[in-house]
Design a protein around this ligand. Structure first.
Ligand code: SF4
Ligand code: SF4
Length: 357
């Protein structure tokens, strides 16, 4: 039966339109794939047809010049096709080994970093940060630059036990994949929004501002024709500021980041996992965020030292137990690590035995 024509112009065009012809022809008929080098792999179809993929890290915030250059490379080597991965990598394609070699030589001559395929770190997925978003508690792209300068060899050459996905989100709204990445950094506010009562009544819709608060911390303040916040209920999420610009939350002195670990999307061997808190607080230290970079390196080094082959970060932590995680990394266990959230029952220990291994 033929696929019916789309009757709407709402939403993106059908993805098939953007598939390289060899991928389209062999869709769902791939026999195997092989990683030939850190940024180079081949897929072989049941018909014997091959497609070579070459992956580079993108600078994430892209200038039009860079995008034009990607397009020129795709036109020259990749029949006009390229692919942006969910982790900010860019992939080009070749149908022959010689074609892939010419593509890689061209990318190398232009200074692009090839890698990220297989048991390595990926390029870092991150959110907008100070560059654009109003509720950012930190600068996502600045941290990522500092981090990738330190970890680049785990993208380009060195192998790990398994892939390690990194992410940065610049507030707890987490537009990035922080909740499901192996090691992730999340921007944290530590002070409640400041209410500009004069502007609340001029610029904000009070019912929707009240409705925006996930903890019901906001209520009307009829005397001021504004709103008030019950401080003990506020979790500094910044949702109200998204709705009401007269409630800014950014605070240069008190904003910073937390580090969470062990999340993953894959359901290979173990089910997908949410990330858990490893470091509750590190202050913002632009432009190089030395403490954040050092903490991520400490976690990665402990994983490299202690994990078994094929273990993801979360699987390694589950096997050794959180007590050993803090012992192996030397990170401090703090009161913020104790989960006292209303729905914390699922995370409570159900046994009194500690797991020292
Ligand atoms: S994570 Fe928060 S601050 Fe960052 S882009 Fe998303 S909403 Fe904005
Ligand atoms: S910051 Fe979040 S929790 Fe606090 S008042 Fe605003 S919406 Fe509510």
């Amino acid at each position: 039966m033929s696929t019916p024509e789309r009757q709407t112009d709402i939403g993106p065009p059908h993805y098939e339109k953007f598939l390289h012809p060899v991928i389209k022809k062999n869709y769902g008929k791939w026999k195997y794939h092989e990683i030939l080098s850190p940024g180079h792999m081949v897929h072989v179809s049941e018909s014997g047809e091959k497609i070579f993929t070459v992956r580079i890290a993108s600078p994430r915030l892209l200038s039009t010049d860079t995008i034009r250059e990607y397009c020129a490379i795709a036109k020259k080597h990749s029949e006009g096709f390229l692919r942006f991965t969910t982790r900010n990598n860019v992939e080009f394609f070749a149908t022959t080994e010689d074609g892939a070699k010419a593509l890689m030589a061209d990318l190398k001559s232009k200074g692009y970093m090839m890698g990220g395929i297989g048991p390595r770190i990926s390029n870092v997925v991150h959110t907008q940060g100070w560059v654009h978003c109003h509720s950012a508690a930190t600068d996502a792209s600045g941290i990522v630059k500092a981090l990738m300068d330190e970890l680049a060899e785990y993208f380009t050459t060195k192998e790990l036990q398994n892939r390690v996905r990194l992410a940065v989100a610049c507030c707890v709204n987490m537009c990035g994949a922080v909740h499901c990445s192996d090691i992730a950094i999340v921007g944290v506010h530590k002070t409640p929004p400041r209410i500009d009562h004069e502007n609340v009544k001029n610029a904000c819709e009070v019912p929707s501002t009240i409705g925006s608060c996930p903890t019901s911390a906001i209520s009307p303040d009829p005397t001021k024709k504004s709103v008030k916040i019950k401080l003990e209920k506020c979790m500094y999420c910044g949702n109200c500021y998204s709705v009401c610009p007269a409630m800014p939350i950014s605070d240069a002195e008190n904003d910073g980041v937390a580090i969470v670990v062990g999340g993953k999307v894959a359901n290979l061997r173990t089910p997908p996992k949410f990330s858990r808190l490893a470091v509750p607080w590190i202050p913002n230290e632009p432009p190089r965020w030395p403490k954040v970079v050092a903490a991520v390196k400490t976690i990665l080094d402990a994983y490299i030292k202690g994990a078994r082959k094929h273990e993801r970060v979360g699987e390694w932590v589950d096997r050794i137990g959180w007590e050993s995680f803090f012992k192996e990394t030397g990170l401090e266990f703090k009161i913020q690590h104790i989960d006292d959230f209303t729905f914390a029952r699922e995370t409570f220990r159900t046994s009194a035995s500690f797991k020292w291994t």
